[in-house]
Design a protein around this ligand. Structure first.
Ligand code: GLN
Length: 284
């Protein structure tokens, strides 16, 4: 049987030949998953031979990764904002940029209690769950059109101990039939904002494995911002707040969309790469 170091080297070469970025890190993280240890622990057991069952599982993982399946779906979980989230192909993989959205809401509102928050397109539930966890007594309504995504989100809420504070509702973007008129303090969304045209140019990991409906609006990328802004202007309380995550270069247009719907005090938050990532507005 090959040792830990030997199998990492072999898999590194294999993934590299298949054109996978960062092949060694991928090989190590997948092996750590198989051996149920941390990546750095592998360095302490380079000479340990694998047993048959470990090798079989590891080969299957490497094969999947070589076909561009994202590492996160194979490993089955992701860390986001210091919490652990289960992911599968029914939900978008959490992105680091989305921490900016969560952070900006928590920072600006953590001195308020009992907030009613609406998360539109909750996916794996990362936004709803972080807000329920870190905002005092917040009551969160988390919407998604996909029953499979809601299953993942509910599981994540339970694991993170906030299932009591979140109502998961199967509902598409039109939010018709939901009666929150002038009752919500904060609307938040990281909607599918990739345009039809950009979608076709995405790397295979995204196009082949992540849910299309979570990524693109099949239009110009702005349709969800428009619909959500319109709906939010009716659902929010006076001076209620809205927070959107946007794609690079979308912020000015989203700002205009918000102004049209009577939002003021627009603010922009930048991400780790200095890209305008979050657009904020307050209902006039
Ligand atoms: N709210 C989830 C996230 O931020 C899912 C977003 C989506 O599916 N567009 O990752």
């Amino acid at each position: 049987m090959p040792t830990v170091l030997e199998i990492i080297n072999l898999s590194n070469d294999y993934l590299k030949n298949k054109g996978i970025d960062s092949p060694r890190i991928n090989a190590e993280l997948l092996l750590a998953k198989v051996l149920n240890c941390k990546r750095l622990d592998l360095y302490l057991s380079f000479d340990r031979p694998l047993v048959e069952s470990e090798l079989t599982l590891y080969r299957a993982f490497i094969k999947r990764r070589s076909k561009n399946e994202p590492l996160q779906y194979i490993v089955g979980s992701v860390e986001f904002y210091g919490l652990e989230f289960v992911v599968n192909s029914s939900v978008l993989i959490p992105r680091q940029e989305t921490e900016i959205l969560v952070e900006s809401i928590i920072t600006a509102n953590n001195d308020r209690g009992n907030l009613k928050i609406l998360d539109i397109g909750t996916g794996s539930g990362i936004i709803a769950i972080c807000l329920a966890k870190y905002l005092n007594q917040a009551q969160v309504f988390a919407l998604d059109s996909s029953a499979d995504a809601l299953k993942v989100a509910k599981g994540n809420a339970i694991v993170n101990g906030v299932e009591e504070n979140i109502n998961f509702i199967r509902q598409d973007i039109n939010i018709d039939g939901i009666n929150f008129v002038n009752d919500i303090d904060i609307v938040v969304s990281n909607p599918p904002y990739i345009s039809n045209e950009e979608y076709s140019k995405l790397q295979p990991e995204l196009r082949m494995y992540e849910p299309r409906i979570a990524l693109t609006d099949d239009s110009d990328g702005f349709s969800f911002f428009k619909t959500i802004s319109q709906k939010a202007s009716k659902l929010l309380k006076n001076h209620g707040k809205i927070y959107f995550e946007v794609s690079q270069g979308q912020y000015q247009q989203v700002e205009e969309i918000l102004k049209l719907e009577n939002f003021i005090n627009i603010n922009i938050y930048k991400d780790y790469l200095n890209i305008e990532r979050v657009v904020y507005g307050e209902l006039n």
